[in-house]
Write a protein that binds this ligand. Sequence first.
Ligand code: GAL
Length: 349
Amino acid sequence: MKREAKVIWLLVMVLLLAACTGTPKQVPEKQVPPFSEKTKPIRIGFSMDTLLEERWLKDRELFKKSVEALGAEVEIVAANGDDALQISQAETLIQSGIDLLVIVPHNAEATAAIVHKAHLAGIKVIAYDRLVKNADLDLYVSFDNEQVGEMQAKAITELVPKGNYVFIGGAITDNNAHLLKKGVFNVLRPYIERGDINIIYDQWTKDWTPVNAQANMEEALRTTNMQIDAVIAANDATAGGVIQALAAKGLAGKIPVAGQDADLAGVQRIVTGTQTMTVYKPIQTLSQEIAKLAVAMAKGEEIIADRKVNNGKIEVPSVLLTPIAVNEHNLDSTVISDGFHTVGDVYGE
Ligand code: GAL
């Protein structure tokens, strides 16, 4: 019995010793890797179409600030309207080990290849402002672009309920241009069917550029013998081109023109009376929302999106923010009070 008790006592001691020497060594070894992984900041890739327009420069600044405010990093590239370049830039981002990709597609269809490549590397993709079509996109965040078109057409039909209309569309490669056109014609259709409004010119504008819009407007003036009562232009850049063409014929300020984006030049034209209205889309809200969702998604958190938008392949979880119609009467309470533009910039004071 005495001998057995001795053996048990010895065994207990051995076990205790093993417990004491083994455990403390394992704790730091096991905890170090996950701890250091957590402190590595999330890296977001941001692939932009272009920086040649005022609004996208704002988007770049605001998105960067919003991502960094969340403790994450952002790598930004811009392709200036070149589809092949946008794809190769996105590939480089994917290979560099980003945690998530945010994309403003130049071409809604061509960028599907980017979504596919990102997914092969286990990286989720969010479409920023413009939808990527025919792809397994993870999230789409934009403004309600159909509503933008409806706001333009409502404002112009209130001023010109009957007459000859010119529609200067956006880029055919951009899904937003199609949504906007749908919105415009939702409102115009009953007028057209009643015979009150005639669409005498309707054209897309390659890459949304003022120079292409101006050429379209010159053609519209030429082919209609200047019998034009109103113009709806897809954004302020194209409205700028339209107004230049009208000015060359002494018609600036005589024919109502609608735009979109509340670009400084557009807002100034509203003050001087050559542009009738614009649609303000608070980019600050858009960029903050996308930054928040991107960082959460990169961390593997579940995202609840209230809307679904069909992109030709799937029902994409979507967030659509509300645009604001702006004219000379509410400039101060919208773009100025929001800090989007200053009083000095708008009124030249
Ligand atoms: C659209 C966007 C507009 C305008 C345009 C040209 O996709 O909705 O706000 O900026 O692109 O860049």
